[in-house]
Ligand binder design. Structure first.
Ligand SMILES: C[S@@+](CC[C@H](N)C(=O)[O-])C[C@H]1O[C@@H](n2cnc3c(N)ncnc32)[C@H](O)[C@@H]1O
Length: 241
C-alpha cells in the first residue's frame, strides 16, 4: 500500500516507461499474479483493476473476458492508458478515473478485483465483489531494497513499525474476506550500468529524492561487478463467500 500523497508524483510519471532502464529481473519465488488471474478469469468474468497506471500491465497480461474496468486517480495516467488501449486494439477494457479510497462502483458487480502496487481499501473492494468473487493484491513490502535503504538510512517504508504486507493482510481479514493468503515474493533486478541504476532510483519512490553519489558508490562497492537490487514484494489472495 502506498501513501496517498503521491498524486503529483504519478501525474508527472504518466508518460514514462520503466523499459528505458533495461532492467533484467529474476524471480526467487513462484507467486505469479498473472498466472493466478488466468486460472480464475473466465470468458464471462467482470474484472476491476485498481491503480492501473498507464494500463500497460492490464493490456499485456490480463486474459480477455467480458469486461475489464481499469481505474486510476491520476487523470494523466488514464489519458496514457487510453492511448495505449487504442494502439492495442483490445475491446474488453475501459479506463476511467477513480480514487481507490472513494470507490464509486456498484455493489456486487465484479468477479475479480486486482490491485497491483497501489493503495487499497479492502472494505470498499469487498462491497463491489459478487459473492464468490476474488481479490488479488500485489504490493511492495517494507524490506524491498533493504540493503540499499540501510546504507541510505531511510526510504520507502523504512520506519514503518509494521510491514505493509501485514497491515494489508489484516485489513483484508477485517473487511470480511475468507481464504486469505499472504505470500512473500522475492525478485532480483539487475542493471546494466551505474547511470541506468541511478536514473532508475531518481524516478522511483524507493529512496527519498536524488540518490547521494557517495552512498550509492558504497552500495555498489559491496557487490563489485554486479548492479543488483533485492526486491521484496508480497501477494495476497482472498475470496468473498
Ligand atoms: C506503482 S503504479 C502501479 C501501476 C500498475 N498497477 C502496475 O502494476 O504497473 C501505482 C499506481 O497507483 C495509482 N494510485 C495511487 N494511489 C491511488 C489512489 N488512492 N487511487 C487510485 N489510484 C491510485 C497511481 O496513480 C499509479 O498509477
Amino acid at each position: 500500500m502506498l501513501h496517498d500523497n503521491y498524486f503529483d508524483y504519478y501525474e508527472k510519471l504518466a508518460s514514462w516507461k520503466f523499459d528505458e532502464f533495461d532492467i533484467q529481473s529474476e524471480s526467487l519465488t513462484d507467486w505469479d499474479l498473472y498466472e493466478i488471474l488466468r486460472s480464475i478469469v473466465t470468458e464471462s468474468s467482470c474484472v476491476l483493476d485498481l491503480g492501473t497506471g498507464g494500463g500497460e500491465k492490464v493490456i499485456a497480461n490480463y486474459p480477455e473476458c467480458a469486461k475489464i474496468v481499469a481505474t486510476d486517480y491520476s487523470p494523466k495516467m488514464i489519458e496514457t492508458a487510453k492511448k495505449n488501449l487504442e494502439i492495442s486494439g483490445r475491446k474488453d477494457i475501459t479506463f476511467r478515473v477513480m480514487n481507490n479510497l472513494e470507490m464509486d462502483v456498484e455493489d456486487e458487480l465484479f468477479d475479480v478485483v486486482v490491485a497491483r502496487h497501489t493503495i487499497t481499501d479492502p472494505a470498499q473492494i469487498y462491497r463491489c465483489l459478487k459473492p464468490g468473487g476474488s481479490l488479488l493484491i500485489r504490493g511492495v513490502d517494507k524490506y524491498d531494497c533493504w540493503e540499499l535503504k540501510m546504507i541510505f538510512g531511510g526510504g520507502q517504508g523504512f520506519n514503518d513499525p509494521v510491514p505493509v504486507s501485514i497491515t494489508d493482510y489484516e485489513s483484508v481479514i477485517r473487511a470480511g474476506f475468507s481464504d486469505v493468503t499472504l505470500v512473500p515474493i522475492c525478485e532480483r533486478d539487475y542493471f546494466k550500468d551505474r547511470d541506468a541504476f541511478k536514473g532508475f532510483l531518481s524516478k522511483v519512490p524507493i529512496l527519498e529524492g536524488e540518490p547521494d553519489d557517495a552512498l550509492l558508490d558504497e552500495f555498489l562497492s559491496r557487490n563489485p561487478g554486479i548492479i543488483r537490487l533485492q526486491r521484496w514484494y508480497y501477494g495476497i489472495t482472498a475470496r468473498k463467500l
